[in-house]
Design a protein around this ligand. Structure first.
Ligand code: C2O
Ligand code: CU
Ligand code: CU
Length: 502
């Protein structure tokens, strides 16, 4: 049996045999704390009966208010706390929210600003942190698992956003062993850093679309993760846009609209296209490209972002749809994503005022120079079954995450070539904290290819059997995490620590 069918057979055995389930020693799985979860459902998730209303007007994410009264200073409070929301008719769903909402409030600042955010953890009995995904912040302000904020306590995160750091970042918790659960229960928000001078005309507006994933049980609650979720990463029953299912947006025809797409799901791969409206990519995780690039469809693996211009050229209905993408699903229950509509745009027959053209050049991106060192990170999956237990592991260079271990020692200001080798059977989106990198090469089945454009990114999908080579430089000292951004894989060990020395 090859490894892939071995793994699939393993899952099938576990799911089919109540005895095997009863005998699994779940507490032996790395990074898992099963205490207090005796009723954990080990099988596939029950299909949810809950219906979510569709077609409501797309809500704009509420802005986190700036409480500072000084120029170039952003000061605010964020509280992680239990909240109640109504996704489905007549059903209350307990969630975790930032300031009571999910997605959390939109944070919008300008490059050069100083940011001071007081964070209060009101999640009962759990530590948390806020991690500023993709942002150039000092290591001790980055919400690492090594810096937990205990329940009932508060801490302030402060950092200065340098010139040139404009981009589409986000924020989410990163506590040891609890990141996946706190995120799927609702903790995630968008953090937009605006440039001082924006080359995109203001008429295009700027619409943030945060995609999250939701699974509801028949009583409206969110079920715990199952074995299938731990294996593949949690994929729910609904993909929401700014917390709504298939909301509607109305625009006059001729409108050109700037969107920021955020994949804030634990584990959903979003391959998307607008049916009936051309898309142009203008930016990635770390800000604008050098020049716009037309795209038929786009793939956002978990944690990736894109900035796009969409042209609504004729009256009628345009939908944003999911297309099929095979990321190496393990076992049964591969979600049927193809054809799901995430957003409906009603293009009226009143013509829009003329839109200024999109500039041909957006900004220069300096290529990172010749690397001083190169490093190799090999991703593997392991699963061992015996009569009495089962262990699943997601490893980097053969090791599972250990908070007390430093995996790589590096130096500030040094350009490095990182080779991410996926020897596993599933795609794994690779992410590193504290900086933005440039992908230089993909290799799969002996074929080497270059990315379609030069871009700043902090997350890149590494398909099964693929090697991705990227250049990166860390400019600030301290410990940084790197990991697979399928959050269940991160939890089960696919994470390491790099210590960047001054
Ligand atoms: Cu989105 Cu370790 O991060
Ligand atoms: Cu991050
Ligand atoms: Cu992974």
């Amino acid at each position: 049996m090859d490894r892939r069918s071995f793994l699939a057979a393993g899952v099938a055995t576990v799911l089919a045999s109540p005895r095997a389930i009863a005998q699994m020693k779940m507490d032996e799985m790395p990074g898992m704390d099963m205490g207090g979860h005796a009723g954990h459902d080990m099988g596939a998730a029950p299909k949810s009966a809950a219906m979510l209303p569709e077609g409501q007007a797309l809500r704009e994410l509420p802005l986190l208010a700036n409480e500072a009264n000084a120029p170039r200073l952003f000061r605010a409070n964020l509280t992680a706390e239990p909240a109640m929301v109504r996704f489905a008719e007549g059903l209350d769903t307990p969630i975790l929210g930032y300031n009571g909402m999910s997605p959390g409030p939109l944070i919008e600042v300008t490059e050069g600003d100083r940011v001071e955010i007081a964070f209060t953890n009101r999640i009962p009995e759990e530590t948390s942190t806020i991690h500023w995904h993709g942002m150039p912040v000092p290591a001790d302000q980055d919400g690492n698992p090594m810096d937990p904020v205990a329940t009932g306590t508060e801490r302030t995160y402060s950092f200065e956003l340098p010139e040139g750091s404009a981009g589409s970042y986000w924020y989410h918790p990163h506590p040891h062993g609890k990141t996946a659960e706190q995120v799927y229960r609702g903790l995630a928000g968008a953090f937009v850093v605006k440039p001082k001078a924006d080359p995109i005309p203001a008429e295009y507006r700027d619409t943030v679309l945060v995609f999250t994933d939701l699974r509801l049980a028949a009583d409206g609650t969110m079920p715990d993760n199952t074995m299938v979720d731990l294996m593949n990463g949690r994929v729910g029953d609904h993909v929401l846009v700014n917390g709504q299912k298939n909301p509607a947006l109305s625009v006059p025809f001729g409108t050109k609209r700037r969107f920021r797409f955020y994949n804030a799901t634990n584990a959903r791969f979003l391959r998307l296209s607008f049916d009936g409206a051309p898309m142009t990519i203008i930016g990635t995780d770390g800000g604008l490209l050098e020049a716009p690039v037309a795209a038929k469809d786009v793939l956002l693996s978990p944690a990736e972002r894109l900035e796009l211009i969409v042209s609504f050229e004729k009256p009628g209905t345009v939908t944003l749809n999911m297309l099929d993408y095979d990321r190496g699903w393990m076992g049964a229950g591969r979600p049927a994503d193809a054809g799901l509509t995430l957003l409906t745009v009603n293009v009226s027959d009143t013509p829009a005022e003329a839109f200024p053209p999109l500039p041909e050049k957006l900004r220069p991106i300096a290529q990172l120079g010749t690397p001083a060192v190169s490093r190799r990170f090999v991703f593997t999956e392991t699963m061992t079954m015996s009569a009495t237990d089962m262990q699943m592991g997601f490893l980097i260079n053969g090791a599972a995450f250990d908070m007390g271990r430093i995996d790589v020692v590096s130096k500030t200001g040094q350009v490095e070539l990182w080779e991410i080798v996926n020897k596993a059977d599933m795609d794994h989106p690779f992410h590193v904290h504290g900086t933005q990198f440039q992908v230089v090469e993909h290799e799969r089945g002996g074929q080497v290819s270059k990315p379609a454009y030069l871009a700043w990114k902090d997350t890149v999908n590494v398909a099964r059997g693929e090697t991705v080579r990227l250049l990166l430089r860390q400019d600030r000292p301290g410990r940084r995490m790197y990991h697979c951004h399928i959050l269940e894989h991160e939890q089960l060990g696919m994470m390491g620590v790099i210590d960047v020395q001054a």
